[in-house]
Design a protein around this ligand. Sequence first.
Ligand SMILES: Nc1ncnc2c1ncn2[C@@H]1O[C@H](COP(=O)(O)OP(=O)(O)O)[C@@H](O)[C@H]1O
Ligand SMILES: CC(C)(COP(=O)(O)O)[C@@H](O)C(=O)NCCC(=O)O
Ligand SMILES: [Mn+2]
Length: 772
Amino acid sequence: MDLGGSLVKLVYFSPSGTDASGRAVAGGRLHFRKFPSAHLNDCMDFIEFKKLHVGGSGTTEGDGEDGGVTVKATGGGAYKFSKTFQDRLGITLQKEDEMACAVAGANFLLETIRDEAFTYTDDEKAFISKDALTRESLFPYLLVNIGSGVSIIKVDKDGHERVSGSNIGGGTFWGLCRLLTGLKDYDEMLKLSAQADNAKVDMLVGDIYGGRDYPNIGLSSETIASSFGRVVMDEGSLEDYSKADITLSLLRMISYNIAHISTMNAVKYGLKRIFFGGYFIRNHAYTMNTISFAVDFWSKGSLKASFLRHEGFLGALGAFLQDVEAQKNLSNAAQQGTWIEKFIKCSVPPTGMDRKRSARTSHSSKGSLTTPATPPRARRDKHSSGEETPSDRNDPTQLLNSAGLQVGVLHLEPTLETFPLLREGRDYDPNIFDMLTNTTERDYWLDTLERLQSGLVERALVSEPSSSDAKERAENFDNVFKSHLSRLREEPAAYGRIGLADLFEMREECLRFFRFNDVYEDVKKQENESALLVLPDLLAEIDSLNDDERLLAIVEGVLAGNIFDWGSQGTLDLYRNGTILEIYRNARSTVNRPWAIDDYDALRDRLNAPNAKQYRKALLFCDNSGADIILGMLPFARELLKRGTSVVLVANSLPAINDITATELTGILQATKSLDSQLEIAIDSGALSVVSSGSGSPCLDFRRLSNEACVAARDADLIVLEGMGRAIHTNYRAQFSCDTIKLAMIKNQRLAEKLFGPRGEIWDCVVRFEAA
Ligand SMILES: Nc1ncnc2c1ncn2[C@@H]1O[C@H](COP(=O)(O)OP(=O)(O)O)[C@@H](O)[C@H]1O
Ligand SMILES: CC(C)(COP(=O)(O)O)[C@@H](O)C(=O)NCCC(=O)O
Ligand SMILES: [Mn+2]
């Protein structure tokens, strides 16, 4: 914990415990929460609700006074509230140095978390690349923590020193603002300042020089000559000024002052980089613009201000990292594993937790952590006390906005690794386009996902006909996911450099958060059963063809099967006008060459040339259930097996839309054994096997693949990526160190045009063959 003058910040780790199959796994999640220091009870309620006071990682059980846990704590409140925590929760606060914690937090974030640091110019975030933030290139730097007061710390590779500070900080802004405007809500103050004109309050250079610049010393007429100086000129009193203008003027005064002192210190110590943290910044555009401008101005362009997304949590995270156990666990796990940030706010507990709580609620004055019984409304409490009110807290939309969504939950996934056959290394970006800079694409996909929402919510409801709270959970899912979408519309860089893959994954995570674990379960089951019925005839038909005809029929089968993607509007529309069988027949008869991307000849030559050397081992990354996997990918696998290639089918660990999961696929393979002797032999001998990918998304990020898929890849010489999510939205340009086949049917008109130009059309296909 970091118990500051204004806010209490809490960082806690929830260990994973066991995975889906019940195996113990390392890793877990780092959560970030803040509470107003004035409402310490809310913080203690939360600790009690989450049972953080009964031990776990980051707390040390049984070694505090009275056998309670100890919690690493920093900030003045660690002293001031020591007794309060002991009395109410039996927690012993173990005091840690504030500067050491801020530095430890900053270093950890900079070295570990993707897109943590960014520069800010004219309302635009530019994320600092990981290469600039390695141990070698990061140090020394200046860390400026703007909390209630300001600490200025010089950080070296092996130590730090608080070189300066200022009493004019976030608390000053907040205090003066309250006095001058009567406003108490911090966010309201910031919002106000966005539509204000500080020139009404500040004395500008132009006010003194009769509207002219003062070019000799580089001052434009717009430069503030004297903050609040205009008031004296105008002989004004408080009523004459708008709250908004006063707020902005204060904000600029304080931001400039801090930036100025920081720049002088950076220059004095010869430091090239300044990172600004602390909750004062609040990811607020005006504040960051002002600080960036001032650093640039006072350093004559030689320095740039950088900001941290976890701005307010440096101290609390640093305190957490002081715990020896926590440190050991994290660094062990992080050595092989990956940190993945997920933006599903756990602010709205699933209703199950709600129940548990109400049963044992007795101490709490406000039932503040429960899920609403009525649908949440997007409104703001007019009589806001300046803090999140219980009604705000019950409102997922409001929570997402007011809780400051620029930080997510950090998942430590010790079993996910970079795919060994990925050729690009550090430069690899799975996404086909950059959502941050490409506004048209961003808008299109945000719109598309928004339009698909109502159908998905309906599906979620239908998938749980006998659940009494399904309606409520579906509504919460809808609200939370939509607020993510609107958050991204408002501030595209809110979550760092996320791409389309992250959006699709976020949607799945949101579903899971509201306990919709597999909304297509029955659809998948039914389509798998139907496809299995047809499989023997299809295999007989395929076997009657000669080598070239057979390969072509098999590839066509994969493409046709890939039409069954219930996440695309195009397929959903087809289904309204025809049966599954009709869609399949029609797809089979229309996937004719030439395809939009057609490397088939090269592929055929590679496989069917007279002396062709067959592949040793192939990894097939599978996509959808039903006809796609059973009538498309399995015959393809069987063909490779026939040629002596061993085949590993890689499928999702967790459900995503109607994608086949590894568990389901294992069941399907068992079922095929009685239908086809070749498959039976291959399965029993281990020549055909299934591994899970580690993913629960319709897309694939090769930087975080399951350990078993990575192990399976070691001696593979062919990989096959199937589907729009895995081969187009992601990995379209990815390059691998072995031969690669990318197969997909494009189920979106606009995407087809984007890929193939004006002649591109929905249902076009991609057959790409790339030699190692
Ligand atoms: N919701 C909020 N409530 C209060 N202060 C906020 C809020 N959001 C941002 N702030 C600003 O952040 C400052 C506190 O920053 P923080 O880094 O938490 O420092 P401290 O540890 O001193 O509390 C406040 O003084 C205020 O300027
Ligand atoms: C989520 C998907 C990438 C899955 O496609 P698949 O990988 O199954 O081919 C796809 O359904 C999609 O992009 N849907 C949204 C766009 C649309 O409705 O056209
Ligand atoms: Mn799919």
